[in-house]
Write a protein of this length. Sequence first.
Length: 85
Amino acid sequence: MPDWLKRLARAYRDFYELPMRRTIALEQRRREDFLRLMVLSESLGLPNPASWYCLELMPFLIEDYHDWHRRMGMEHAPPGGFRCC
């Protein structure tokens, strides 16, 4: 297959898949934000019946905590939670 045809096929594939990638990425971010809210709900003052099981996930979610609370519209970290700014 000629090189120009490979480039054309790759450009067509990217053009076709781009809207789906964006939609999938937004849905994945929404689900990750919901998971983070559930895991960190005790530190935000929300009762969580499964908080004991969520403790194992906290070390994995703490490193992105600052970006998450800024994206959720909180200028500073919520009181009583983790201090990051």
